[in-house]
Design a protein. Structure first.
Length: 66
């Protein structure tokens, strides 16, 4: 049966790298994150961070395929 946890990490060793990447992208889009809990972050800002992370990861994967 599949794992029902939506926070399941396919590569647990990548957690630190993804966290660092999140802070880099947040800085690029002008959203300030603090260490730990960021529950006061708006959905819009969280979406900007996540969307840009996905965009950059796709661009990287596509450039490596060439």
């Amino acid at each position: 049966m599949a794992n029902s946890n939506s926070n399941y990490k396919a590569v647990p060793e990548a957690t630190d790298a993804l966290n660092k990447f999140k802070y880099e992208v947040a800085n690029e889009v002008g959203v300030s994150l603090k260490d730990g809990y960021n529950g006061d972050l708006s959905s819009r800002d969280a979406g900007r961070i996540g969307g840009n992370m996905v965009k950059k990861l796709i661009q990287k994967a596509e450039s490596e395929m060439k």
